[in-house]
Design a protein around this ligand. Structure first.
Ligand SMILES: Nc1ncnc2c1ncn2[C@@H]1O[C@H](COP(=O)(O)OP(=O)(O)O)[C@@H](O)[C@H]1O
Ligand SMILES: [Mg+2]
Length: 302
């Protein structure tokens, strides 16, 4: 294959869009532990790609490699024409990969507006000197960033809280601030590690709808690590399933959901036997509602 045309201005007209992210044979070893074992998947542009699997499967490790926090032992991650492995988190962010963290990382004193503005940092062109000298170009740029922050606050539902200290907000809103901050980077790809973990059901619904709109309205490709299977099945275009660091299934949600290997990984051998004898099923991982309502998240397993 000739690589001549690749150095020109993008792919030729009519060529299929390159994948947003191409992960190939990614392997990560920690001392004696193989956390990722030759994992490959492709994130299509503008799609929501879920990464699921039991605890310890390697989901966060994958996001940590994609964002440059961990180094891959071997394998490749490409964003368009750029190889991401071996680059620093800062460089990867500059190339257009933004992430949120499983635990909040918001300064205790910063307002929501300040925190979102921090996300604009990689897009700031005016140097410190121009800003310090209060040059008109710096003032114009700062005003543009503030406008965009307000737009993103409106998009995420954070507008009423812009002047409040982010750290004082309820948990669900603080998580939205993290998401808003990542959006302020104008990323091409957004990595979300369990964005609704620990939320109330109202907060979950609100966050899931923001995530759906990020893909639909902003066209950002999303890699979503999530335990809430209902949410994954509703939102995802494609699902990759990891188990003990290996990819055990990959495809559309409906196909992956009924894959026997996936059912086995999630429920364990015991439950797989139970499923042949439904009367004895009792090893649900999904928490039961406290009020004893019959409706549970059974759709996941059907
Ligand atoms: N920094 C690290 N050092 C050593 N082991 C790690 C590190 N990060 C993750 N692991 C191990 O790698 C495996 C995968 O972890 P992780 O990616 O966090 O799983 P998941 O997010 O799917 O629950 C686990 O066995 C975990 O203990
Ligand atoms: Mg994790």
């Amino acid at each position: 294959m000739s690589t001549q045309t690749e150095s020109a201005a993008g792919p030729p007209a009519g060529a299929p869009a390159p994948p947003a992210l191409a992960v190939r044979e990614l392997t990560v070893r920690f001392a004696g532990l193989l956390a990722l074992d030759s994992v490959s998947f492709t994130v299509e542009p503008g799609s929501l790609h879920a990464l699921i699997g039991p605890n310890g499967a390697g989901k966060s490790t994958t996001l940590n490699v994609l964002s440059g926090v961990y180094r891959a032992t071997s394998g490749s991650v490409r964003l368009g024409g750029e190889e991401l492995t071996g680059r620093s988190p800062h460089e990867i962010a500059r190339l257009g990969v933004a992430r949120t963290f499983q635990n909040l990382a918001v300064s205790p004193y910063a307002t929501v507006a300040d925190t979102l503005l921090l996300g604009r940092h990689r897009l700031t062109r005016t140097g410190f000197l121009a800003a310090g000298l209060r040059l008109p170009s710096a003032a114009r740029e700062a005003a543009r960033h503030r406008e965009r922050v307000v737009e993103i606050a409106e998009f995420t539902g954070l507008a009423p809280y812009l002047d409040r200290p982010a750290a004082a907000l309820p948990y669900g809103l603080r998580k939205l601030v993290e998401l808003g901050r990542a959006l302020c980077m104008e990323p091409e790809v957004l990595l979300l590690d369990e964005p609704v973990a620990g939320m109330t059901s109202d907060e979950r619904r609100r966050t899931a709808s923001v995530i759906a709109r990020v893909r639909e309205s902003l066209g950002i490709s999303i890699v979503l690590v999530e335990h809430d299977m209902g949410m994954v099945m509703r939102l995802a275009d494609a699902v990759t399933v990891l188990d003990f660091g290996r990819c055990i299934a990959d495809g559309p949600p409906a196909v992956v959901q009924s894959d026997p290997d996936v059912i086995r990984a999630y429920l364990g051998a015991e439950a797989a036997e139970d499923s042949e004898n439904p009367e004895g099923a009792g090893s649900e991982e999904v928490p039961q509602p406290r009020d004893g309502a019959e409706e549970t998240t059974k759709e996941v397993r059907s």
